[in-house]
Write a protein that binds this ligand. Sequence first.
Ligand code: FMN
Length: 198
Amino acid sequence: MKFIKAPKKFYFHYPFPVTVVVSKSGGKVNMMSAVWHTQLSFDPPLYGVLISKKRYTYNMIEKAKQFTLNFLDYEFLETVAFVGSTSGREYDKAHTFDIPLQDGRIVDVPIMSEAYAVYECELFDEKEYGDHTLFVGKIVGVHYNEKLYTGEKFVPVVEEIHPVLYIGDEKFLTTDPTTEKKYGKEEVKRFLNEWGKL
Ligand SMILES: Cc1cc2nc3c(=O)[nH]c(=O)nc-3n(C[C@H](O)[C@H](O)[C@H](O)COP(=O)(O)O)c2cc1C
């Protein structure tokens, strides 16, 4: 394997799912795509998204202290690309790209009607890390399409959900349900047993 010391850019761990961050401040609504995001805690339910200070969204969240994270099916890839390549400083994106929105239930920020899942977040914490700021949202409500999740753990039905994954260089793809495989503690135990290592 090759080795890069102190990399300037690193996309080696991609693909990563994309979320659309919707914000609202001073009566203005904006949205942008984000691929740098992660869940942080179940209790309390915390979710982090990293946003550069260059983004208009950064200013909106700084002011409103609320946002929603919207997960769209690959069918809506155009929306993800549109809002990730234009700024709210120049465009009213919902209007320009004809993006259907509806009111959030708890936060005063819209959610995207086309999303299959949405987290309503209140700002819990924020911290600057180099050229991005980690906005930690406390999830105060979740919207989800009940037809697309199964069981008590709300596992996605992979035949139905096609998340938008980003591989970098302005290229996207989605998942292939034929690759689904269960490989948990039971399966690992079986192998350990076969190898006489249990
Ligand atoms: C797929 C994709 C993922 C992106 N991920 C992030 C991200 O995680 N953080 C970030 O600050 N910008 C990210 N961007 C860039 C913003 O979405 C982009 O600069 C957008 O135009 C900002 O809009 P705004 O100025 O209206 O906030 C991403 C763009 C794309 C296309």
